[in-house]
Design a protein around this ligand. Structure first.
Ligand code: SF4
Ligand code: SF4
Ligand code: SF4
Length: 268
């Protein structure tokens, strides 16, 4: 079966955050406390109430400082660590691409948090029995023959919805065209076995906070191994905890850099 895909062209994004608002509206999510992260107010990070977030990243390009706006959300991995780690099947990959969440099955163990290489699933920390919240690729809209709300809303055409293979063809044409300004990397084409969301950028992805990940699905995300024996499961649990620690550390560092950029801007 063909799988859906989303192509985000960061060169086209104008940072209007229309996608962020459309996502809140469609998913009926409450507002949450924002903070000053520079010249703008935004929620601090993805959360169970903010399923997509547009970060403002200050980067140096051709001897001048400029902003790159980076939309974040669940990447809808081809081999989703979250679904592999979930022992009760609350997270499942649909044949058409989205990784969907069934809260009636969730036991709140948080293994999915540890297993996600992008640090996406977050819990409702304010509830006694917390459930996770994450982008589900607007699976309900897809079932109704509609585009995801963020893709429909984007006024700049920065988010393109379609079949993943077709979007990859479009992405390759842009990246490998003569005198193309894009870096020669389609983020999500191969990372951890490929993701539904694909990104193009004129700035190296490492400068934008995208994690550098292997092409292959890591062995700790292999579902056969993960559930093989209790010993292996314990080992995998420790490995997942280590990865979670590294992801959290990276997120904390990125937040500090963003906060410091904000402080400097305030001084100027
Ligand atoms: S990005 Fe994380 S939460 Fe989303 S599908 Fe991949 S492993 Fe799961
Ligand atoms: S696909 Fe839907 S849930 Fe995911 S970021 Fe876009 S609007 Fe939000
Ligand atoms: S709606 Fe489009 S242009 Fe506006 S912030 Fe989102 S991706 Fe960027």
């Amino acid at each position: 079966m063909n799988q859906y895909g989303m192509l985000v062209d960061l060169r086209k994004c104008i940072g209007c955050r229309g996608c962020q608002v459309a996502c809140k509206q469609w998913n009926d999510m409450p507002a949450e406390v924002t903070r000053n992260t520079g010249s703008y107010q935004n929620p601090a990070r993805l959360s169970s109430k903010t399923l997509t977030l547009v970060e403002f990243r200050e980067v140096e390009t051709k001897d001048k400082l400029s902003f790159v706006f980076v939309k974040r959300q669940c990447m809808h991995c081809e081999h989703p660590g979250c679904a592999t780690a979930c022992t009760v099947g609350a997270l499942q990959k649909r044949p058409d691409g989205p990784i969907v969440y069934d809260e009636s099955k969730c036991i709140g163990c948080r293994y999915c948090m540890y297993a996600c290489p992008f640090g996406v699933p977050t819990f409702q920390w304010d509830k006694p029995f917390s459930l996770i919240g994450k982008c589900e690729l607007c699976a309900d809209r897809l079932d109704a023959g509609l585009k995801p709300a963020c893709a429909k809303t984007c006024p700049a055409g920065a988010i393109q919805f379609g079949q993943r293979e077709e979007l990859l063809t479009i992405a390759r044409e842009r990246v490998y065209a003569k005198n193309s300004p894009y870096v020669k990397h389609i983020y999500g084409e191969d990372e951890v076995g490929g993701t539904t969301w694909l990104y193009l950028s004129v700035v190296p992805f490492e400068q934008l906070g995208f994690p550098k990940l292997p092409k292959e699905t890591p062995v700790y995300l292999n579902d056969k191994l993960l559930h093989a024996t209790p010993t292996i499961a314990l080992g995998m649990g420790l490995a997942l905890s280590g990865i979670y620690w590294m992801v959290k550390r990276r997120i904390r560092i990125q937040e500090r850099i963003l906060a410091e950029n904000g402080d400097h801007q305030g001084e100027n």
